[in-house]
Design a binder for this molecule. Structure first.
Ligand code: FE2
Length: 306
């Protein structure tokens, strides 16, 4: 039923500030005002909506685009058959969407597929809008949870995604097409959006992005490295303002069309083929964890006496 991630909507206190920051740090471009901004990576209609909200900043919802030929009415029927509640909502540019929540309360919006008039690859198109550096697309989302198997069942049963890999029974990745995953869940004992992931073209573009972030005072929380599951080269930049991370990645594993879920042991090799595991702050969003990460306290405190 699902083709891919279409956009994420973020609650922000000041869309003007947030639009400028996402443009400067991550190369997203687009229009907005004091109430709302719509940003894009490249030629898509938008991938990030920044919505003014006085509540805590963060991810309001993640929207998925339905496959060609699946109407909103058909999606509604399927969601209802699965016993899930939903409502119709307005979506910028797309008009209508279907809104529901997963078992952790993560909000999801489904939108119908729109095929662009100009279907040439991005490099064959012309623009007077896009900056020199920009991600290729918003590609996946990763959540922390306290019940990974329940979430995997729900995304398979209600949205029709398929499991790619398990590590132990606490980490799962699900796919919609040949990309290794479009969504993933990791058991850390509580529910929270962990990261939005933007795809870059290659390792060279990642070097450009990581130098750029460093010059803007955004050292990485983890990486660069290579994920063992999914294979992608990764780097994680904390977005303190929206209580989440941005993952910049390239070279994700492409699954066989008849892929069967794989089960891997939860061992130190499981997260990073290059060997370095994340700091504990990587799974937290509180001020103490952010300070510890900024000051590199885990590394500074040294090894225990031998
Ligand atoms: Fe990721």
């Amino acid at each position: 039923m699902i083709l891919r991630v279409h956009h994420a909507t973020l609650r922000v206190h000041d869309p003007v500030e947030a639009r400028e920051r996402w443009a400067r740090l991550h190369g997203l471009s687009g229009e907005g005002d004091a109430e709302r901004a719509l940003l894009r990576c490249a030629y898509e209609d938008f991938c990030l909506e920044l919505r003014r909200d006085d509540a805590d900043p963060g991810v309001e919802h993640v929207a998925y685009e339905l496959r060609s030929g699946v109407s909103l009415a058909e999606a509604a029927e399927r969601v209802a058959e699965a016993g899930e509640a939903f409502e119709e909502v307005e979506v910028p540019i797309r008009g209508r969407g279907l809104r529901l929540s997963d078992p952790d309360g993560n909000r999801i919006v489904l939108v119908e597929r729109v095929i662009a008039d100009d279907r040439k690859p991005a490099v064959a198109r012309f623009t007077d809008q896009l900056p020199g550096y920009h991600p290729r697309r918003l590609q996946h989302v990763n959540y922390l949870t306290a019940d990974t198997p329940r979430l995997a069942d729900w995304y398979e049963g209600v949205l029709g995604l398929r499991v790619s890999d398990w590590v132990g029974d606490g980490a799962v990745w699900l796919h919609a097409d040949r990309d290794h995953h479009v969504v993933a869940f990791l058991d850390k004992g509580y529910a929270h959006v962990h990261h939005l992931a933007f795809e870059l073209t290659d390792w060279g573009e990642m070097r450009v992005a990581l130098d750029h972030l460093a010059q803007h005072g955004r050292p990485l929380a983890w990486g660069p490295g290579r994920h063992t599951m999914a294979q992608n080269l990764f780097a994680y930049c904390r977005m303190v303002e929206e209580e989440m991370f941005v993952e910049l990645f390239c070279d994700m594993e492409q699954l066989e069309p008849d892929h069967q879920p794989r089960h891997f042991a939860d061992d130190p090799h499981g997260a990073n083929a290059w060997g370095i595991l994340p700091p504990r702050s990587y799974f937290r969003f509180d001020a103490a964890a952010i300070d510890a990460e900024r000051e590199q306290l885990e590394a500074q405190q040294g090894l225990p006496e031998g």
